[in-house]
Design a binder for this molecule. Structure first.
Ligand SMILES: *[C@@H]1O[C@H](CO)[C@@H](O)[C@H](O)[C@H]1NC(C)=O
Ligand SMILES: *[C@@H]1O[C@H](CO)[C@@H](O)[C@H](O)[C@H]1NC(C)=O
Length: 409
C-alpha cells in the first residue's frame, strides 16, 4: 500500500508555504476544504509572470497627469521604431489620471472622455497590435494619489474584471488616500481579484516600502516598491538604490524589489549619473520602466537605455539581485552572480574626484585563483588582460564602471 505523507516548509521570510504530498495523501486532502489550495498554491498570485524583471515605459516621471491616448499611442509607436521593443521593453504603462473622477451608475471606472475618448479597450487593442502590452494604474484607497480618480478599495473584484475585459496586462497599485488599515490587509484583496479576473496581469505593489513589502510581497505581487517616489536628481536616485539594496536577499524570479521607475532622459542628471542610475537598476534586477519621452530621445539617452549588454545583466535567468560587497567611504563595489558562473560588478564612485577602485575576488564571490576575462559593458570592450584575484579601475566622480567577469577554463 502506498504510504501517505505530507511535508510542508514554511518560509518565514516570504510567508510562503511549500508542501509536498504523496499521491494518496493528495487524493485524501483534496476532499478537505482549502487543503488542495495549500498544496497547489505557491502564493496567492500564481500568474506565471515576471520570471525576469519587467521592462517597458510608464507615463508618470515625464508626463505626470498630462496624458492622453495620443501620447500613449505615439509612445507605443516609438518603442517599436526606436528598437526598444525588440530589446525587451514591452510594457506601455499608463499611470495616474486616466479615469473620470467618478464611477458610472453601475460602479465601473470610466476612462476620461476628454483625454481617452476611444476608451482603454481600444488603446489595448492598438498596443497589442504592435506586440506590446498595456499597463494601467489604480490605488488601494478611496482616491488615487492625484485625487482625480477613484481608487479601487472596496471595488477590487469589479475593477480587476474591468481591467481584464479591457485587455490590461500590468497593474501598478498605489497606496494613497486609504482607510489606514495595513497594506497587508488591502493589497491581497486585489491579488485575489486579479486571480479571479481570468487574465494574467502583472501586479506591481506600490506601497512605497511602508511595511517592508519585501517580507510579504512574494505572496501578493510580482514586484514591490521598496522606496518613496524617485526624483530626477543624484541624491534621490542613490538613496533609492541604497534603500532597495537592503532587501536584496528577498528578491527572486516573479518577485522583484522595485526602487521606482527610471529618470534617464528627463534632464536632471549628468550622463555619467544616468549611467550609474541605469547600471545599479540593472544589476539590482529592478523593473526597468523608462520614464522619459521616448518620442523625443537623444542619441545619448538611447545609448544608455538601449545598452544590450547591461540589459542582459538585468534579464539574466538566474535572477539574483546584486549587493554592495564593499563600501569604503564614497567607493562602493556592487556584485551579483549571473548564469554560467559569471559575475556582474559595478564599481561606483559617489565622491567628487576620480579614484582608483579595486574589486577583490573574495568580495565578489569568485574563488581566489580563478582567472577571468572582463567585459566592460559601457565601453563595449573585452579587456586584453586576464584577471586573477582582483580587478582595478579608475572611476570618475559620480560615475561607475560595469563589468561581466567570466571564468576562463
Ligand atoms: C525634445 O527634447 C528636447 C531636449 O532634448 C526639448 O528641448 C524639446 O522641447 C523636446 N520636444 C518636445 C516636442 O517635447
Ligand atoms: C591584485 O592581483 C595581483 C595578481 O593578479 C596581485 O599581484 C596584486 O597584489 C593584487 N592587488 C591587491 C591590492 O590585492
Amino acid at each position: 500500500m502506498e504510504s501517505k505523507w505530507l511535508i510542508c516548509l514554511l518560509l518565514i521570510s516570504g510567508f510562503s508555504t511549500y508542501c509536498y504530498a504523496s499521491k494518496s495523501m493528495r487524493m485524501r486532502l483534496s476532499t478537505e476544504q482549502n487543503m488542495e489550495d495549500l498544496l497547489t498554491r505557491r502564493n496567492l498570485l500564481s500568474n506565471g509572470l515576471g520570471s525576469t524583471p519587467p521592462m517597458g515605459w510608464n507615463s508618470w516621471n515625464h508626463f505626470a497627469c498630462n496624458i492622453d491616448e495620443k501620447t500613449i499611442k505615439e509612445t507605443a509607436d516609438s518603442l517599436v521604431s526606436t528598437g526598444l521593443f525588440k530589446l525587451g521593453y514591452i510594457y506601455v504603462n499608463i499611470d495616474d489620471c486616466w479615469a473620470e473622477s467618478s464611477r458610472d451608475d453601475k460602479g465601473n471606472l470610466v476612462p476620461k472622455k476628454s483625454t481617452f475618448p476611444s476608451g482603454i479597450k481600444a488603446l489595448a487593442d492598438y498596443v497589442h497590435s504592435k506586440g506590446l502590452k498595456l499597463g494601467i494604474y489604480s490605488d488601494a484607497g478611496y482616491y488615487t494619489c492625484s485625487k482625480k480618480q477613484p481608487g479601487s478599495l472596496g471595488h477590487e473584484e469589479q475593477d480587476a474584471k474591468t481591467f481584464a475585459s479591457w485587455g490590461i496586462d500590468y497593474l501598478k497599485y498605489d497606496n494613497c488616500n486609504n482607510d489606514f488599515s495595513k497594506p497587508t490587509q488591502r493589497y491581497p484583496v486585489m491579488t485575489r481579484a486579479l486571480m479571479n479576473a481570468g487574465r494574467p496581469i502583472f501586479f506591481s505593489l506600490c506601497e512605497w516600502g511602508d511595511l517592508h513589502p519585501a517580507l510579504w510581497g512574494y505572496n501578493v505581487g510580482n514586484s514591490w516598491r521598496t522606496t518613496n517616489d524617485i526624483s530626477d536628481n543624484w541624491d534621490s536616485m542613490v538613496s533609492r538604490a541604497d534603500q532597495n539594496e537592503v532587501y536584496a536577499d528577498l528578491a527572486r524570479p516573479a518577485g522583484w524589489n522595485d526602487p521606482d521607475m527610471l529618470e534617464v532622459g528627463n534632464g536632471g542628471m549628468k550622463k555619467d549619473e544616468y549611467i550609474v542610475h541605469f547600471s545599479i537598476w540593472a544589476i539590482s534586477k529592478a523593473p526597468l520602466l523608462i520614464g522619459c519621452d521616448v518620442r523625443n530621445t537623444t542619441k545619448e539617452v538611447m545609448e544608455i537605455i538601449a545598452n544590450k549588454e547591461v540589459l542582459s545583466v538585468n534579464q539574466d535567468k538566474l535572477g539574483v539581485q546584486a549587493k554592495k560587497v564593499r563600501m569604503e567611504g564614497d567607493l562602493e563595489v556592487w556584485a551579483g552572480p549571473l548564469s554560467n558562473y559569471r559575475v556582474a560588478i559595478v564599481l561606483l564612485n559617489r565622491g567628487s574626484w576620480p579614484t582608483s577602485m579595486i574589486a577583490h575576488w573574495d568580495d565578489i564571490g569568485l574563488p581566489p585563483n580563478t582567472a577571468v576575462t572582463a567585459r566592460d559593458l559601457w565601453e563595449h570592450k573585452t579587456l586584453k588582460t586576464k584577471f586573477v584575484g582582483n580587478l582595478t579601475a579608475t572611476v570618475d566622480s559620480h560615475a561607475c564602471k560595469m563589468y561581466i567577469l567570466k571564468p576562463v577554463s
